[in-house]
Design a protein around this ligand. Structure first.
Ligand code: ADP
Ligand code: MG
Length: 240
């Protein structure tokens, strides 16, 4: 579903992504782990075309995506993204937040956007919050709205960038549960996370990044119990 080949990205002199190769099959959940500054967010942002790669290939559903041959906005609709800091529209209600992109980008009829939004709110367990403003929600509820909002565009792939890092510990579980449900339903997901328990339980693949490179990847069982690389072992020690 996603194939990345020799992806490189620099910010000025800072070489942030170095020859990244990554493959994500349909319905796979890939958890991307690594210490701060290793390039995880930049990689996700390149996959969503929020950052422009310097070189390398990004192939989605068998098609190489380039600025020259594709409408990047159209591609972006296939790839939903959830951020650490929710980024809900504060002046819109919960349901308006979810309806916004279908109305504006897909030109969906209002009735249909509203009924689809209600289905999504039900799915994330927030049916009773449709008409409240984001500032009346807990962090966990905001993040579940952000997930519903991303799903409203019917993406084929969901990218999550540390979706629980800004949450109070007692609110992390509800967001992970929502993500787990999506995974079980077969959504293709790339998740940057520090939640190792979630990664162990839900991921099909763990990918460990350090200093802009993929150091090691494996199935959670092998990866956590029998890491091969010294740097991986060191990193895993810091997460316990
Ligand atoms: P991670 O998500 O793993 O913490 P990032 O991808 O956010 O890492 O950042 C990798 C490196 O790139 C860091 O050194 C960061 O400071 C730098 N960086 C990220 N975005 C930008 C940007 N827009 N301009 C300049 N440097 C950036
Ligand atoms: Mg990051």
């Amino acid at each position: 579903m996603i194939k990345v080949e020799k992806l490189n990205k620099s910010f000025g002199d800072l070489h942030v992504l170095k020859d990244i190769d990554l493959k994500v099959n349909e319905s796979d959940v890939v958890c991307l782990i690594g210490s701060s500054g290793s390039g995880k967010s930049t990689l996700l942002r390149c996959l969503n075309f929020l950052e422009k790669k310097d070189n390398g290939k990004i192939i989605i559903n068998g098609e190489e995506i380039t600025q020259a041959t594709h409408d990047i906005n159209e591609v972006r609709q296939k790839v939903g993204m959830v951020f650490q800091h929710f980024q809900l529209f504060p002046h819109k209600t919960v349901i308006e937040n979810i309806m916004e992109a279908p109305l504006m980008v897909k030109k969906m009829k209002k009735d249909q956007a509203a009924s689809e939004a209600r289905v999504l709110l039900e799915k994330v367990g927030l049916s009773d919050k449709a008409d409240v403003y984001p500032n009346k929600l807990s962090g966990g509820q905001k993040q579940r709205v952000a997930i519903a909002r991303a799903l409203a565009m019917k993406p084929e792939i969901m990218l999550f960038d540390e979706p629980t890092s800004a949450l109070d510990p007692e609110l992390v579980g509800e967001v992970l549960a929502t993500m787990k449900e999506l995974a079980v339903e077969g959504m293709t997901m790339v998740v940057v996370t520090h939640e190792m328990q979630f990664a162990r339980e839900v991921a099909d693949w763990i990918v460990y990044m350090n200093e802009g490179r993929i150091v090691e990847r494996g199935h959670p069982d092998d990866f956590f119990t029998n890491p091969q690389e010294e740097r991986t072992k060191e990193f895993l020690k810091t997460t316990q």
